[in-house]
Ligand binder design. Structure first.
Ligand SMILES: Cc1cc2nc3c(=O)[nH]c(=O)nc-3n(C[C@H](O)[C@H](O)[C@H](O)COP(=O)(O)O)c2cc1C
Length: 561
C-alpha cells in the first residue's frame, strides 16, 4: 500500500488539518500492518515547494507531450502522484474551496491528461480529457478542516471540484468544522478524542472501508455551536461591543466559562471564583441551569475559590502539568466546596467518553480535573475491578463458619467455586484469586477438623496481612478497586488519590490485624455464633469513615493545610 499525503495548508506541519491527515495515515498503517500488507508513505508539503501557476500555453500537450515547460517542483509531484496507490489531499477550507497554492498544484496536473476530448465518465459535468497514464485502481481521500462551527453546507465548492476530478462517490472525505480547536491545548481532551476517531477511520479504510458508526462520530460537532462560537469570539481577546482588549486573565476565565457544560448542573447555581494571585485579579463564573456567566464586579458569595497564579492554571489547562499533581505540590489552593473540583471534567471537560477517549494516542489531553478523568493516553480496561468479589468468600466464611463451622465451611467452599464465574463481567485482581484460595483453604482446614476458634482468627489475620502489605507496595489495595469511580487506571497516576488510598488501606489493614484478638476471645464465650455479626459492626463504621475521608482529605490538601 503506497500512500501519498499532500498537505496544502500554508501552515505546513503546524496545520490543524494535517493533524487529522496524520491520524488517518497512522490508522492506515495499523490497518495495513494488521493485514500484513507492506505500507509505504510519502508526503508533500505544498507550500515548501516551488510550484508556479500554470501558464495556459498547452505546451505539455503539443510541444513536449506530458512535460510542462515550467521546470520547478511539479515534476516531482507528478512522479509521486503516479507512484501512489492512495492519495490523501489535506487542506484547510479557504473561501469555500482549496487554498491557492494547492489550486496551482491541481492546475499543474494538466500534463497528466491527453489533449483529446472524451466522454465524461465521472457523472459530473460534460466533457473530459482521457488520462495519459493508467490511473485505474488508484484511490483518493480528502481531509479538510474549516473555521466555522460545522463542515455541513460549506464544502459544496470542494466537493464539486473533486466530483469533477474523480467522480461523485469515488473518493472518501473527512471534513471537520471548528478546525482551529486542534491547536488549542485547553480542549485537547475533545480534539484528541476526535483524532482517535480519525485514526479508527484510517484503520478501517485500509481494511476496506470506514464503518458507518465511525462516520457518524466524525460528523459530530467538536462542541455545540453556541459553546464554540462564544469560545471562538473570545479567543481574539477583543470586546465585541467596544473593540477594547480585555486582560489575559479575564479572557482566559471567559474561555473557561464558555466550556461549561450545562448538563452537569446540580440543581442550584454554583459560583466558582478564580483569584489569580500573581496579578491579583478576581473573577467569578456562575454555573447555572442555562449556561455560565462571568462576573467581573459585584461579586457573589463563592462556593469554590481557586487561588492560583495565572501561568499555573494556564499550564494545567494546556495539559503541561496535571491538576492533581499541581495541587499536591501546592502550586494552587482551593477553598470552599471541593466537590466542584472532584467533578471538574463533568463541568468543563469536553465530551470524552470513557474508553473511547483513552484509545491509543487519543487520550493525551489533560484537564484540570481532580476526578482522574484527565486523559493520559492509556488503554482503559473494558472490565472493572469489583471489591465485592474479593470480599464475598471471606464474608461467607466469617459469618457462616462463625455460626456453624461444618456447614459454614461447606457454604464457603461452594462460594469460592462459584465466584470465578463473576469474572466474565469483572476484571480480576490477584487479591481476588488469593482471597478465594485463602478462604477456601481455611474452610477445608475446618472441615478437616481444625478448631474454628483458631482458624477464624487466623483467617482475619491472613486478610489483615494481605491488606496491610499492599501499603508498602506501589498500589495500595483500595486503589485497585476505588479507581473505577475515578476513571480507571489514570487515577493510579493521581498522587492525591494514591495518598488518600494508602492512608485508608493502612487504617483498614490495622483493623483486620486487630480483629483476630477479640475474635479469639469472643469465640470462647456463648456469643460465639454472633462473631460474624459483631465483626461486621467495625467495618460498617470504617465504611462510613472512608466515604467521609475520601472527600475530606483531598479538600484539606487543597486548602493548603
Ligand atoms: C484565507 C482564509 C480563508 C478561510 N476561509 C474559510 C471559509 O471559507 N470557511 C471556513 O469555515 N473557514 C475558513 N477559513 C478558516 C480555516 O479553514 C480554518 O482555520 C482551518 O482550520 C485552518 O486549517 P489549517 O491549520 O490546516 O491551515 C479560512 C481561513 C483563511 C486564512
Amino acid at each position: 500500500m503506497k500512500v501519498l499525503v499532500i498537505n496544502g495548508s500554508p501552515k505546513g506541519s503546524r496545520s490543524n488539518t494535517y493533524q487529522l491527515a496524520k491520524a488517518f495515515l497512522e490508522g492506515m498503517e495499523e490497518g495495513a500492518g494488521a493485514a500484513k500488507e507492506v505500507f509505504e508513505a510519502e508526503e508533500i508539503q505544498v507550500y515548501r515547494l516551488n510550484i508556479r501557476s500554470c501558464l495556459g500555453c498547452f505546451s505539455c500537450w503539443d510541444k513536449t507531450p506530458g512535460n510542462c515547460c515550467i521546470r520547478d517542483d511539479m515534476q516531482e509531484v507528478i512522479r509521486k502522484l503516479l507512484w501512489a496507490d492512495i492519495t490523501i489531499w489535506s487542506f484547510p477550507l479557504y473561501y469555500y474551496t482549496v487554498p491557492g497554492g494547492l489550486k496551482n498544484l491541481i492546475d499543474r496536473q494538466l500534463p497528466m491528461v491527453l489533449p483529446f476530448m472524451a466522454e465524461n465518465e465521472t457523472g459530473t459535468g460534460n466533457g473530459s480529457h482521457p488520462s495519459r497514464y493508467d490511473m485505474g485502481g488508484k484511490k483518493t481521500v480528502v481531509i479538510s478542516t474549516c473555521g466555522f462551527y460545522t463542515a455541513e453546507g460549506n464544502y459544496d465548492g470542494v466537493c464539486s471540484l473533486f466530483d469533477h476530478c474523480y467522480g461523485k462517490g469515488n473518493y472518501t472525505t473527512v471534513f471537520c468544522g471548528q478546525g482551529e480547536l486542534f491547536r488549542v491545548p485547553d480542549v485537547a481532551r475533545r480534539t484528541n478524542e476526535y483524532l482517535g476517531y480519525v485514526r479508527d477511520a484510517g484503520r478501517e479504510y485500509a481494511a476496506g472501508g470506514i464503518r458507518p458508526e465511525t462516520e457518524r462520530k466524525l460528523e459530530q460537532l467538536l462542541y455545540p455551536k453556541e459553546t464554540f462560537e462564544t469560545w471562538a469570539d473570545l479567543s481574539w481577546g477583543i470586546d465585541k461591543e467596544d473593540g477594547k482588549r480585555e486582560s489575559d486573565a479575564l479572557i482566559f476565565t471567559r474561555q473557561m466559562a464558555a466550556l461549561y457544560r450545562k448538563e452537569s448542573y446540580q440543581g442550584r447555581e454554583q459560583v466558582l471564583e478564580m483569584y489569580y494571585t500573581d496579578i491579583e485579579e478576581c473573577y467569578q463564573i456562575v454555573l447555572g441551569k442555562d449556561g455560565s456567566r462571568v462576573l467581573t464586579e459585584e461579586l457573589m458569595a463563592a462556593d469554590t475559590r481557586i487561588e492560583t497564579p495565572l501561568p499555573v492554571w494556564r499550564s494545567i489547562a494546556a495539559g503541561e502539568i496535571r491538576g492533581d499533581e499541581a495541587l499536591m505540590k501546592q502550586l494552587y489552593r482551593v477553598k470552599g466546596d471541593f466537590n466542584l473540583m472532584l467533578r471538574w471534567d463533568d463541568y468543563f471537560g469536553g465530551t470524552g467518553h470513557r474508553g473511547e477517549e483513552a484509545r491509543q494516542g487519543a487520550g493525551a489531553g489533560k484537564g484540570h480535573g481532580l476526578d482522574g478523568k484527565s486523559g493520559a493516553g492509556i488503554n482503559m480496561p473494558d472490565k472493572e475491578t469489583n471489591m465485592s468479589i474479593m470480599l464475598i468468600p471471606w464474608m461467607v466464611f466469617w459469618i457462616a463458619a462463625g455460626v456453624d463451622g461444618y456447614i459454614g465451611s461447606f457454604a464457603s467452599i461452594g462460594v469460592c467455586v462459584l465466584v470465578p464465574l463473576l469474572f466474565h463481567r469483572n476484571k480480576k485482581t490477584w487479591f481476588d484469586s488469593l482471597s478465594g484460595a485463602l478462604a477456601g483453604g481455611f474452610s477445608v482446614a475446618v472441615l478437616a477438623g481444625a478448631p474454628v476458634r483458631l482458624i477464624l482468627p487466623l483467617s482475619y489475620l491472613a486478610f489483615g496481612i494481605m491488606w496491610t502489605a499492599t501499603c508498602f507496595r506501589e498500589i495500595p489495595i483500595t486503589a485497585y478497586y476505588s479507581m473505577n469511580q475515578y476513571n480507571g487506571e489514570d487515577a493510579l497516576r493521581n498522587p492525591l488519590f494514591m495518598k488518600t488510598n494508602r492512608i485508608l488501606t493502612l487504617m483498614w489493614g490495622i483493623l483486620y490485624l486487630m480483629t483476630p484478638i477479640w475474635t479469639y476471645f469472643l469465640l470462647g464465650t456463648p456469643m460465639a455464633s454472633y462473631t460474624g455479626a459483631v465483626n461486621s459492626v467495625f467495618p460498617v463504621v470504617m465504611g462510613i469513615f472512608t466515604v467521609w475521608f475520601q472527600k475530606w482529605y483531598p479538600a484539606k490538601i487543597a486548602r493548603g493545610e
